[in-house]
Ligand binder design. Structure first.
Ligand code: M7G
Ligand code: MG
Length: 322
């Protein structure tokens, strides 16, 4: 892909390259207008290119479906070819991309194992691409503390704020190759808690999964639960989790009439409708928070009335699960 032609600014047809103005805009917004320290290495620059790629796919392509979708590698090549500061390095793009992908799998990851009140189920999220389920988790930002990253990633991927529930000393940590993965245990979360991802196209489904369905425990990064559920970086935590639960489960844990299977709590109806729903939700939230003029006139309580859009969307999305 490094030999991509530069695109013209003329309107383009299906399958064409994005116009130069759009690429320039993405380059200046995401690559040039960031603190110098973020431009010091190609690894960091490629994270910026990745943000630009997400913005391009989630906003530019969504608003203008005649724009073509690209893989991150293709998009990186486009940016290097069109951005003046990056063009001198086009010849090295394959090595730069390879270094980035190997750097990515060395960045430590933190997240959470969220258990319900019975300690029998946990929250798992399914990635947008692919079909495997994992604990909500993600890569640490530069200088970010482990627990802060876990709080942020859980918030981004499930919409649930664990900051008041997280105990910095309660975690299970495993090493996978060169990557350290630490999951904080957050137990006793009500099963009617509302969950919904806050990033686009990262998570396609959230569910309470029964721990006994995730077995067997093993060191395998990819595994299958007893019911066939495909799991990513789940099985290696199960043996330690079982021990933790035996030591911490309250002797009179609440009993619920629980379904024998996992329960979906959020799902994108299909990938494109799911992302529209998230976009709609964030627009509605924005309208609600933007419109707070000082109000002294009559009929204040009526004009202050707002639909509880989060609850409505949650109910709609829950309906998509089946
Ligand atoms: P990540 O943030 O790189 O991983 O996202 P982490 O949570 O482990 O740190 C994992 C994958 O989800 C990415 O490689 C993308 O495929 C997808 N993804 C994540 N985010 C935040 C976005 C986004 O905003 N837009 C799109 N289109 N994909 C995303
Ligand atoms: Mg993430």
């Amino acid at each position: 892909m490094s030999g991509l032609p530069r695109s013209s600014s003329a309107p383009f047809k299906n399958g064409g390259l994005p116009p130069q103005e759009l690429l320039d805009d993405l380059c200046s917004r995401f690559v040039l207008n960031v603190p110098q320290e973020d431009q010091q290495s190609f690894e960091r620059i490629l994270f910026l290119v990745e943000y630009a790629h997400w913005f391009y796919e989630d906003n530019s392509v969504e608003n203008n479906p005649s724009l073509k979708s690209f893989t991150l590698k293709e998009f990186t090549s486009l940016m290097f070819n069109s951005c003046d500061v990056l063009r001198p390095y086009v010849a090295h793009i394959d090595d730069i991309f390879k270094d980035f992908t190997s750097y990515k799998v060395r960045v430590p990851v933190t997240g959470a194992i969220i258990l319900d009140e019975t300690y029998e189920r946990c929250i798992l999220v399914k990635g947008w691409k692919g079909s495997s389920w994992s604990f909500p988790r993600g890569k640490k930002n530069k200088d970010e503390e482990d627990h802060a990253c876990a709080i942020r990633e859980v918030q981004e991927e499930t919409g649930f704020d664990v900051s008041k529930l997280l105990n910095k000393d309660e975690f299970i940590e495993k090493i996978f190759g060169q990557q350290r993965v630490r999951l904080y245990i957050i137990a006793g979360v009500r099963d009617d808690t509302a969950f919904a991802p806050q990033t686009k196209k990262e998570i396609s489904e959230i569910a309470w999964q029964r721990l006994d369905e995730l077995q067997p425990a093993s060191d395998d990064v990819i595994s299958h639960g007893v019911t066939g559920l495909k799991l990513y970086m789940v099985a290696p935590f199960l043996a330690s989790l079982k021990k933790w639960i035996s030591a911490h489960k309250p002797s009179i844990a609440p009993k619920h009439d629980m379904p024998l299977k996992g329960v979906c709590v959020w799902k994108a109806k299909n990938n494109s409708i799911g992302s529209n729903t998230i976009a709609l939700e964030s627009q509605l939230t924005k309208v609600a928070s933007d419109s707070q003029p000082p109000d002294t006139g009559p009929g204040k309580s009526f004009r202050n009335f707002r639909f509880d859009t989060a609850a409505i969307l949650q109910a709609m999305e829950a309906g998509f699960c089946n």
